[in-house]
Ligand binder design. Structure first.
Ligand SMILES: Nc1nc2c(c(=O)[nH]1)N[C@H]1C(S)=C(S)[C@@H](COP(=O)(O)OP(=O)(O)OC[C@H]3O[C@@H](n4cnc5c(=O)[nH]c(N)nc54)[C@H](O)[C@@H]3O)O[C@H]1N2
Ligand SMILES: Nc1nc2c(c(=O)[nH]1)N[C@H]1C(S)=C(S)[C@@H](COP(=O)(O)OP(=O)(O)OC[C@H]3O[C@@H](n4cnc5c(=O)[nH]c(N)nc54)[C@H](O)[C@@H]3O)O[C@H]1N2
Ligand SMILES: [Mo]
Length: 782
């Protein structure tokens, strides 16, 4: 490795670059192993894995009870595990392994209390793995960093709020502060958060969506004037063809397995498009079908697998469109295209057709990495299907051409009128349990004028109009000194963002960092000159305010909004709810504000009243949200009303991108989650469905690519990534593991591999970091 290697200097707070087994997860000296997984997804392995977590947390009974409360309409709380909707046919026990792990993790009996922080300096904690940090347990009281002892020490809530207020009011401009949201914040807390930030005077609201589905939002807004999917769970139950692209459903949206299995059972076609063959594309034991589980009966969850080249999805879908146009030419007006829909509701199909015609099969197959005959098979399925849904996740969005790709999905759907009709539509799989609700309720660094006008009218304020900073620009701003205060509502920014050392360096340059969190994590150790940790209630806990116990709401990936009320006793009597913490910081920042911060916290109904007047579709919010199954936010596009500038659904006309690396020794590395992790929270160093035990520092490769480099299974390798700006970043002594991946593709785990992604490596279409498109060279370690 060369001296020009980027960012080799160690940043305080980060784990030093010493080789260890287990990555940021629990360190282990047990032998690692890799062997193919041959069982259906979910199944008994899931049950065993759940009981391991429950037992290790000594929460078997409480955990089971909480599971039963989870996702119950009205009485229950919303599962914080993912954004997949609950069954809308009454309550089924559609619980999943990873939801249970997630909830148990929050309910732990362990505590990170003041005694703990008195015993350990920050320098010492920095040497712990991220697993060990979170494993200390729930935070119990507000803490402030004390530089003289290098420790976090207790501070009163009032003093903490005062510190935030004084620091913010002392800035030369409100734009010198940035306010991050991780997608777990409730709608009510979100609304207060953005209100505080805009009343203060900035739109600097970076969020985890900037790393997740920014591309989907931008693409769908441009095409059909809604930032969200239009399909509902009923549509999933009615469709004839499901195209599922770039998602590891068995690990990251396990309740989707139920929908996939039901679809296959009733004869629908389910096509999985992914460079990796994930277990969700084969079989599952439907999580809630106890009888099936007892009989070891599994159900197919896929009917076809397409192993696309990384980033090749646009070319693949364009190939399908090409075959659709060919079918139309072969039998004009016989139903290949939905002419009536195209004429009445869309704009730009002729230009689209011209682009598709001009694309050659040679080019499309090379870019997609899929043969013409496979693409034609896919097209046959599409032409034979009266109702089609296209669903996708990060394998599509975290690429350079994410926006164009999602727009291409919409193009394909439009050709056959697969929008605004039962059993059809685009259907992105969202990540965090309320990431979609956060956007709906105002977390947006590029807010729409109509929203700001309504907000200003409700509160008598003047919101700033200038667009704010997203995640990537916030990190740059911290580094160049233009962002001086960083507030995070949840999340683990330093590990979630790309270019770990650059992000860490940025955080340490801040005047003040404020982390509102439930558990200790790396972002508390990589802190500003002043730093606060403000501990909040978790989703499972009861939230009592002056008017009594409060509920909050969340929006799932299919626009359903439901009330969520925790039942458990809070982990500590000193915790505050997120709305209360936000109101406290807001009052301290805006002492003369006319907003009734205190009253809204006393009774969240008042927050919802304001929301009902500001947010379209939320009229009567307090009543709607108390309906047994909540409500679905209306979407014009579902009714075939497209509020684009032309008033029609817009075809996009993007060129076919070149996604083949210029140099043949470059691999396209994607950074993804293992089965046993939740973003930056790593439960164990296993990845069950990919057959991995006790290992996270690995790179999955095609076996021929390994042979070419003289690597055998488990060989130590160095991975060197070259950024868009030419700078290089490296990880050394990772293990090469053979996997069923196309040649030229590689995969490994986030957040460890964020060290490879440069600050310049974001999509110019979506501003999303290129987390699935890291250009690397892999060589045997010296
Ligand atoms: N248990 C659990 N659940 C979670 C999370 C978690 O960490 N743990 N995280 C939540 C969050 S915030 C999110 S955003 C979601 C993330 O859910 P996923 O999108 O499933 O997340 P990843 O693990 O990044 O997996 C990316 C998938 O895309 C595929 N892929 C990579 N490149 C390409 C490509 O070019 N084309 C195609 N077609 N596929 C590709 C990969 O092989 C992999 O299957 O899950 C949410 N749910
Ligand atoms: N290389 C690479 N990097 C990625 C990705 C990738 O695929 N590859 N994915 C990106 C994506 S999609 C996302 S969404 C981000 C995730 O980024 P983040 O949302 O920033 O990270 P999380 O790991 O979900 O946050 C975990 C922390 O949240 C806190 N927390 C948990 N529950 C609560 C709660 O109820 N309230 C509050 N206030 N705090 C709570 C705990 O302290 C916990 O340590 O990572 C991104 N980073
Ligand atoms: Mo996400």
């Amino acid at each position: 490795m060369t001296d020009s290697m980027h960012g080799q200097k160690h940043v305080p707070g980060l784990l030093a670059d010493i080789p260890r087994q287990g990555g940021f997860g629990p360190s282990t000296t047990k032998p690692w192993s890799s062997s193919p997984y041959h069982h259906p997804a979910a199944a008994w392995g899931a049950a065993r894995s759940v009981s391991k977590v429950l037992i290790s947390e000594r929460e078997l009974f409480a955990g089971t009870k909480a599971m039963l409360e989870m996702n119950h309409p009205v009485r229950g709380f919303d599962c914080p595990g993912c954004a997949w909707p609950d069954s809308n046919h009454g309550v089924k026990l559609d619980i999943c392994e990873n939801g249970i792990k997630h909830v148990t993790w929050e309910m732990t009996h362990k505590r990170a209390d003041a005694d703990f922080f008195a015993r350990h300096t920050v320098a010492e904690l920095s040497q712990w793995t991220d697993f060990d940090l979170e494993d200390v347990g729930r935070l119990t009281e507000p803490l402030v960093y004390d530089a003289s002892s290098d420790r976090y020490v207790p501070i009163s809530w009032d003093d903490a709020f005062t510190m935030v207020g004084e620091e913010l009011r002392g800035l030369d401009s409100p734009n010198e502060a940035a306010f991050y949201t991780s997608g777990r914040l409730s709608n009510e807390a979100t609304f207060l958060y953005q209100l505080w930030v805009r009343e203060f005077g900035t739109n600097n609201l970076p969020d985890c969506s900037n790393m997740c589905h920014e591309a989907s939002g931008r693409a769908l807004t441009a095409s059909i004037a809604t930032g969200k999917g239009t399909a509902s769970l009923d549509d999933w139950d009615a469709c004839d063809l499901l195209l599922v692209l770039g998602v590891n459903a068995a690990s990251n949206a396990p309740r989707m397995l139920t929908s996939l299995a039901h679809a296959v059972k009733r004869g629908a076609q389910v096509v999985h498009i992914n460079p990796m063959k994930e277990v969700a594309s084969t079989r599952t034991i439907v999580p809630h079908e106890v009888l099936e589980m007892a009989m070891f009966k599994s159900t197919d969850t896929g009917t076809m697998d397409v192993q696309v080249r990384p980033g090749g999805d646009l070319a693949l879908i364009r190939g399908v469109a090409k075959a659709v146009f060919e079918a139309e030419d072969a039998a004009p007006g016989r139903g290949a295209l939905d002419h009536e829909f195209l004429d009445r509701f869309t704009h730009g199909v002729d230009e689209y057709r011209a682009i598709v015609d001009a694309a050659t099969w040679d080019d499309l197959t090379a870019q997609a990495g899929v043969s013409e005959s496979d693409i034609r098979t896919l097209a046959k399925l599409y032409l034979a299907s009266p109702r089609t849904i296209i669903s996708w996740c990060l394998g599509v969005t975290q690429h350079e051409h994410g926006v164009d790709t999602v727009r291409e999905f919409t193009n394909l759907l439009l050709l056959r009128g697969n929008i605004g009709r039962e059993g059809t539509g685009p259907s992105p799989v969202r990540g965090h349990s309320n990431v979609q609700g956060n956007r709906t309720c105002g977390i947006d660094h590029r807010p729409k004028e109509a929203f700001l006008e309504a907000l200003d009218a409700e509160f008598g304020i003047t919101s700033p109009r200038e667009h704010g900073l997203d995640t990537v620009k916030t990190v740059a701003g911290m580094n160049d000194g233009t962002v001086k205060v960083f507030v995070a509502l949840g999340g683990n920014f330093v590990l979630a963002a790309p270019d770990t050392k650059f992000t860490a360096q940025g955080l340490t340059r801040c005047e003040l960092t404020v982390q509102v969190s439930t558990k200790l994590n790396r972002s508390h150790l990589v802190h500003g000159r002043k730093a606060l940790i403000l501990p909040c209630l978790g989703r499972t806990e009861v939230d009592v305010q002056a008017s009594g116990p409060q509920g909050v709401s969340c929006e799932d990936a299919m626009s359903n909004v439901q009330l969520s009320a925790g039942k458990r006793k809070p982990a500590s009597p000193h915790l505050k709810s997120e709305p209360a913490i936000l109101a406290g910081m807001a009052r301290a920042t805006l002492p003369t504000s006319a907003t009734r911060w205190e009253a809204m916290v006393d009774d969240y109904d008042l927050i919802r009243d304001s929301m009902s007047r500001v947010l379209p579709g939320f009229e009567g919010f307090n009543d709607l949200v108390r309906r047994p199954l909540g409500f679905r936010i209306p979407q014009a596009a579902r009714e075939r009303i497209f509020r684009t500038p032309s008033g029609r659904a817009e075809f996009s006309h993007a060129p076919t991108p070149d996604v083949i690396p210029a140099s043949s020794d470059v691999l396209v590395l994607q950074t993804m989650r293992s089965h046993d992790q939740w973003n930056t929270t790593i439960y164990s160093s296993d990845d069950r469905y990919r057959g991995i035990k006790n290992l996270r520092e690995l790179v999955f490769m095609n076996r021929s690519d390994m042979d070419d480099r003289g690597l055998s299974e488990g060989s130590f390798v160095d991975i060197v990534a070259t950024s868009k700006d030419g700078s290089q970043r490296a990880l050394s002594r990772y293990r090469a593991v053979g996997y069923d991946l196309p040649r030229g593709a590689a995969a490994g785990y986030m957040p460890e591999m964020n060290a490879l992604i440069g600050a310049a490596d974001y999509s110019v279409q979506s501003d999303q970091p290129l987390m699935k498109n890291v250009q690397v060279r892999v060589t045997a370690s010296a």
